[in-house]
Design a protein around this ligand. Structure first.
Ligand code: UT7
Length: 305
C-alpha cells in the first residue's frame, strides 16, 4: 500500500504485529466483549455495575454515547455512564475518574473500558501513520475495597496542553468542518500527525509526569512493581524507563504484538502483565500516557486483583 518495510517499522516503532477489526465490528462491539470478559473474570453480573465509562476517540456514532450502547447490551440496568475523549490518555483519565467516584462513596463498582477502532480513521496511503495503529478494547473494574485492605488508588497527575492540538488530530467531521464532499476528497477524516513533534513531547512528558508523581508521594522507582505505559512507540517507553532507572522487567512493553491501540493499550498491557506473573496482588503499579490534545496522565495504585 505504501513505500515502507518491516525493518523501518520495527526499528523506529517496535511494532511487529497489529490487529484490524472486520468491517462489521465497531467500537461498541469490542467494548462489550471486553466488558463481558472483565465481568466473567470477576464473577459478577452486569446489574452490579454503578457506572460505565467508555474511553474512545472512535465511537460508533457521535451520539448516543458508546457507554449507552454498552449498558444496553450488557443489561447493566442500574448503571449511568458516559464517553471520555482523551485519546491515548483516555484509560488513565477514565480509571482515575472511576477511582474518585468510588472514593466519594457514591459508587461501588465502575466499569472502565478503553476501546478504539483506529483502522476506521487511518489513511492507508499515509505511511507515517498507517503503520502505527491497531484495533482493540480492554476493560477494568474499579471497586471499593474493604476498609482493612490496603489496596488503593494512591494519586494521579494530569495535564493538558492545547497548544499541541495541531500536531495530532482528525481535522474534519466535527462542528468546525462538518463532513462534505470536499472534506472527504481532502482526506480530512483521517488521523493527521506530525510524528516528530509528538515524539519529542511524549518522551519528555512521560518521564516528567512519572517522576513528579513518585516524588510527591515520597516514592522512588525502586518502590515501583511495574510501569504500564501507553504503547505509542517502543523508543518512547525505553527512554522513559531509562531516565527513571527502571530495569526492563519492571516495564511492560507489548507494542510489538498490537501496535498503538489508543485507549486500549493500557488495559491490554495490564492483562499481559497479569498473565506473565509480573503484576501481583499488593504491587505498586504506575500507569502513564501522553496523547493527542496534548493530554498527559500518570497514576499510582496498590494492585488488588
Ligand atoms: O499515541 C499517540 C501519540 N503518538 C505518538 O506518541 C507517536 C510519536 N511519534 C513517533 O512515534 C515517531 O515520530 C514515528 C514513528 C511516527 C516516526 O518516526 P521518526 O523516527 O520520528 O521518523 P520521521 O518522521 O522523522 O521520519 C524519518 C524518515 C523520513 O524520511 P526522510 O525525510 O528522512 O527521507 C520519513 O519520510 O522516515 C520516513 N518514513 C518512513 N519510512 C519508511 C516515515 N514513515 C515511514 C515508513 N516507512 N512507514
Amino acid at each position: 500500500m505504501v513505500a515502507t518495510n518491516d525493518r523501518w517499522i520495527v526499528e523506529r516503532t517496535g511494532i511487529r504485529e497489529r490487529h484490524i477489526a472486520p468491517p462489521e465490528i465497531a467500537t461498541s462491539d469490542m467494548a462489550i466483549a471486553a466488558a463481558r470478559c472483565a465481568l466473567a473474570q470477576r464473577g459478577i453480573d452486569a446489574s452490579g455495575i454503578d457506572a460505565i465509562i467508555v474511553c474512545t476517540v472512535t465511537p460508533d456514532m457521535f451520539f448516543p454515547a458508546t457507554a449507552c450502547l454498552v449498558q444496553n447490551a450488557l443489561g447493566a440496568r442500574r448503571a449511568w455512564g458516559f464517553d471520555l475523549v482523551a485519546a491515548c490518555s483516555g484509560f488513565v483519565y477514565g480509571t482515575t475518574t472511576a477511582a474518585h467516584l468510588v472514593a466519594a462513596g457514591t459508587h461501588r463498582r465502575v466499569l472502565v473500558i478503553g476501546s478504539d477502532t483506529m483502522s476506521r480513521i487511518i489513511d492507508y496511503t499515509d505511511r507515517s501513520t498507517c503503520i502505527l495503529f491497531g484495533d482493540a478494547a480492554g476493560a477494568m473494574l474499579i471497586e471499593s475495597a474493604a476498609e482493612e485492605e490496603d489496596f488503593t488508588f494512591i494519586d494521579f497527575l494530569g495535564e493538558i496542553d492545547g497548544s499541541g492540538g495541531e500536531y495530532l488530530k482528525m481535522p474534519a467531521g466535527g462542528s468546525r468542518l462538518p463532513a462534505s464532499h470536499e472534506t472527504v476528497e481532502r482526506r480530512l477524516h483521517y488521523v493527521h500527525q506530525e510524528g516528530q513533534q509528538v515524539f519529542k513531547y511524549a518522551v519528555r512528558k512521560m518521564y516528567e509526569s512519572c517522576k513528579e508523581l513518585l516524588d510527591r508521594n515520597g516514592l522512588t522507582s525502586r518502590d515501583v512493581g511495574i510501569l504500564i505505559p501507553h504503547q505509542a512507540n517502543g523508543r518512547i517507553i525505553s527512554a522513559t524507563a531509562e531516565r527513571l532507572a527502571l530495569p526492563p522487567d519492571k516495564v511492560l512493553i507489548n507494542i510489538d504484538r498490537y501496535g498503538n491501540t489508543t485507549a486500549a493499550t493500557i488495559p491490554l498491557a495490564t492483562q499481559d502483565a497479569i498473565h506473565q506473573g509480573r503484576l501481583r496482588k499488593g504491587d505498586l503499579v504506575m500507569f502513564a500516557a501522553v496523547g493527542a490534545g496534548y493530554t498527559v496522565g500518570a497514576s499510582l495504585w496498590r494492585w488488588a486483583y
